[in-house]
Design a protein around this ligand. Sequence first.
Ligand code: CP
Ligand code: NVA
Length: 306
Amino acid sequence: MATRHFLTLLDASPDELHYLIQRAITIKNELKTQGPSYAPFRNRTLAMIFEKSSTRTRVSFETAMAHFGGHALFLSPRDTQLGRGEPIGDTARVLAEMVDIVMIRTFSHAGLEEYAAASEVPVINALTDDYHPCQLLADVMTWTELRGTPRGKTAVWIGDGNNMCHSWINAARQFDFRLRICCPEGFEPRRDILEAAGDRVTLHRAPAEAVTDADLVTTDVWASMGQEEEQAKREAAFAGLQVSEALLDRASPDALFLHCLPAHRGEEISETLLDDPRAVVWQEAGNRLHAQKALIEFLLLGRVES
Ligand code: CP
Ligand code: NVA
């Protein structure tokens, strides 16, 4: 049987994604009531390849494996042969001889696909320039915990048509909600990703119009990792797209605000937005742990009865 990978949200069916969200909620509740007593992966190893910085992703994957009774290995190109030009496919074959599952944060999505094609153990996308599907598991989990199923609801993406935006588009397809994307000209999401989502995803230019009566509002930094040199140009292009309490007031009265973090106060969000009760970003960040546990378990064991 072909090895199962998780490179985008499209690598799981809608039914499997619903299972993962419900399973993550169960895992979270059991952790609260019983502590980290569920340890199905004693002596199993997760290799974590990080070519970009991370706080949440690294800590959540590493903690997930510790709770599960296994181990996580942090690998950076600075101190592995990957950084000295060993081919991606050779690295994938070697690691699959030793570890049970691999997580990669890198620049090129094609590079991640090349790795996965050569890997006999499951590979998880922990962020590429094009997608961040693990974040969406935590985001949809948070939305579901607080407001029930996202199905038929409306989310709004304000900002750059970046990796997070692409994964929100895929989430709209898979979880069947509407998504309004508000971005400046020249910073739209990739056309093929947008078009594949059909008419449930729409493009907007005016934030006030985009957020009207929405159930959820989300944004991300204006310059992603690898785009640091474009910071000034992007600040100019995105001026007027800051999410503030006043902008959220135009959304539905029970709207939520999500941000994958790290956030830049005074840029994509107002200085005080994260203190607003509609902002549930700490719960969202914490849910990375539970959602990834559900994902690792699914990739290694398949569905588990709750
Ligand atoms: N949201 C997220 O992936 O955070 P890190 O970059 O800290 O992992
Ligand atoms: N779009 C951001 C997400 C960080 C979690 C980046 O790629 O830097």
